[in-house]
Design a protein around this ligand. Structure first.
Ligand SMILES: NC(=O)c1ccc[n+]([C@@H]2O[C@H](COP(=O)([O-])OP(=O)(O)OC[C@H]3O[C@@H](n4cnc5c(N)ncnc54)[C@H](O)[C@@H]3O)[C@@H](O)[C@H]2O)c1
Length: 345
């Protein structure tokens, strides 16, 4: 049985990927601080939960590991700006360090889930292949690029290194994120009839379903001919999910209307977005991988979950808000804690 170390395993992508890996017969060592809760991964055979900070990973965490999927990150632009130092340490330094340690430990494959946000702003007629000049605009995107530059040179015949530049992800996951475009639009449309749309709606953004991006990661660790993927960058998404935000919002609006029979209107917010990029996915598709799901599929899925009462927009589903909340409580507890407790000592 092959064993995979998944860092950031308790996150949005991780809580989708880990059960898929287990279903496919892999054993999984799921390492995370579990900032969003340790209960989102159901205990089962083959799953080992490790509560650890990625900056403190040691060779012991890599024993008997065949593959590493290094999902760990401060995972969006606003959090990256507020927590810049941590973002560099976690998204860049810890991942390069883990990759080096993995190579020393004899791990076969290391996969870095990076982001298409590295392309930043591009002219509307440009469709970025992996060779296209990048334009990382934020701390989050710059740290991802630095991680790519740090891990790719480690590739050699015995150690396969793959970078996946993921599109913006959408769809339901146990660690739900409503701070992602399609998920947030669906929530607003479903609960208030107002669909939030970031100005000015002409910006291009590639999207991918969370189960599809998880499937792409599994595809890469299972791919038969490492020479074809080693030291390579692949964009992950599909042309069908290369959206301009206004038409995307209209699709979400129409799907929510159909699924719920309620009226939905678009509500603009924010300053015009300066990130706009279209992405080409020929390279990953030439290997035989293809995304299966569209935005409409996820909107129906999220509406059903909301309808069933099994899902809501809590602070935990907004990444930045939750990290700020944890910081606030950390301070409150530090101020009142004595002898390791509050009232009960
Ligand atoms: N979600 C997207 O749209 C998207 C798009 C492109 C790339 N990505 C990348 O995919 C990866 C996963 O994203 P996600 O959406 O699942 O994010 P997420 O925030 O849901 O998950 C990140 C996980 O990392 C954990 N974590 C954070 N710092 C840690 C540390 N120092 N040590 C141990 N654990 C720590 C958190 O507890 C969390 O469970 C990230 O690298 C992200 O940059 C995501």
């Amino acid at each position: 049985m092959q064993r995979v170390l998944v860092t950031g395993a308790g996150g949005y992508i991780g809580t989708t990927l880990v059960p898929m890996l287990l279903d496919a017969g892999y054993a999984v060592r799921a390492l995370d601080r579990f900032f969003f809760g340790a209960d989102l991964l159901t205990p089962r055979d083959g799953l080992e939960l490790v509560r650890e900070d990625s900056r403190r990973i040691t060779p012991a965490h890599l024993t008997e590991i065949d593959h590493v999927i290094d999902l760990v990150a401060v995972s969006n632009d606003p959090s990256g700006e507020l927590y810049q130092q941590a973002t560099w340490q976690i998204n860049h330094e810890s991942r390069v360090r883990t990759a080096r340690m993995a190579k020393e430990a004899g791990v076969k494959r290391y996969l870095l889930p990076s982001s298409c946000s590295i392309y930043g702003f591009q002219a509307p007629d440009v469709i970025c292949t992996e060779q296209h000049a990048i334009n990382p605009l934020t701390t989050y995107a710059k740290a991802n690029r630095a991680a790519e530059e740090g891990v790719l040179p480690l590739a050699d015949d015995g150690f396969t290194v793959i970078v996946l530049r993921q599109s913006t992800v959408f769809g339901y996951a146990p660690r739900m994120r409503f701070d992602l475009a399609i998920n947030g639009m669906t929530y607003g449309a479903y609960t208030t009839g107002k669909l939030p749309l970031l100005r000015d709606g002409t910006q291009w953004r590639p999207m991918v379903h969370v189960a599809d991006t998880a499937a792409a990661q599994m595809f890469m660790i299972g791919f038969g001919d490492p020479a074809r993927i080693n030291g390579q960058i692949f964009n992950v998404g599909s042309d069908a999910n290369n959206y301009q935000l206004r038409p995307l919002a209209e699709t979400v609006r129409d799907t929510v209307r159909e699924a719920t029979d309620r009226d939905v209107e678009i509500e603009w917010y924010g300053e015009p977005d300066d990130r706009s990029y279209r992405v080409n996915f020929d390279k990953v598709e030439a290997l035989g991988w293809k995304a299966q799901r569209t935005a409409g599929d996820a909107v129906v899925e999220i509406c059903r979950k909301l309808q069933s009462g099994g899902l809501d927009k809590t602070p935990k589903t907004i990444t930045l808000q939750w990290y700020k909340e944890l910081d606030r409580w950390h301070q409150i507890i530090r101020d009142v804690e004595m002898y390791g407790g509050i009232l009960n000592l």
